[in-house]
Design a protein around this ligand. Structure first.
Ligand SMILES: [Zn+2]
Ligand SMILES: [Zn+2]
Length: 195
């Protein structure tokens, strides 16, 4: 299959990689139909994270299930699915309560598993927050908790998130689209890759 590979800062390529295999009973293999280029990819693209060169990019896919592992009971072949960027186990204390953005098992080093690999270093002016008596709330969105509601709003015509899509491209055009999007080129609000 083809994949978009983060080669070095500010460069992605489209390369042939091995097809995925079921490695764990809870795995599923999805044939992608579309995937978005995300603002979060730009952190990786511009070399600001610990993602190593060679990393396959793309964490906003939708597609059709090709195969599921033996432990998968809630999805089956041919189901159309959207994959959230929170990578989560689904059965730890936080996941069961809906806080899939803070899964305790998927990433042993830190809480949560956005994109499965991203990790940042933070420098916060905590002293200033304390002096001003400010309270802040942070964290990734617990996407799996809200996505069914959003889906139903789209079906009902109440929400139309597709209005932000500015470009629909093929995978061969991804390197140029990553470059344009990372440089905030005029008109690039959201790029969707169609497979
Ligand atoms: Zn994203
Ligand atoms: Zn979990």
């Amino acid at each position: 299959m083809k994949a978009i590979i983060c080669k070095e800062p500010n460069k992605v390529t489209v390369e042939e990689v091995a097809d995925p295999k079921i490695e764990h009973p809870g795995d599923a293999i999805i044939r992608l139909t579309s995937s978005g280029i995300c603002e979060s990819d730009i952190h990786m693209y511009q070399g600001r994270t610990v993602a190593k060169p060679g990393k396959v990019l793309g964490h906003e896919p939708v597609g059709v299930i090709e195969e599921v592992g033996s432990a998968v009971t809630s999805f089956k072949k041919e189901d159309r699915v959207v994959v959230t960027f929170n990578v989560a186990c689904g059965h730890c204390m936080n996941c069961v309560r809906g806080f899939t953005s803070a899964c305790l098992t998927v990433n042993p080093e830190i809480v949560g598993g956005a994109f499965g690999y991203a990790k940042w270093e933070y420098i916060l002016p905590l002293g200033q927050l304390w002096e001003k008596g400010l309270t802040i709330g942070t964290g990734q969105t617990p996407v799996k908790k809200t996505i069914l509601m959003l889906r139903d709003m789209i079906i009902a015509g109440i929400a139309r998130p597709s209005f932000i899509v500015s470009h629909r491209i093929s995978i061969e055009d991804a390197p140029a689209a990553y470059r344009e999007f990372s440089q905030r080129a005029d008109g690039y609000t959201k790029v969707v890759i169609k497979f």
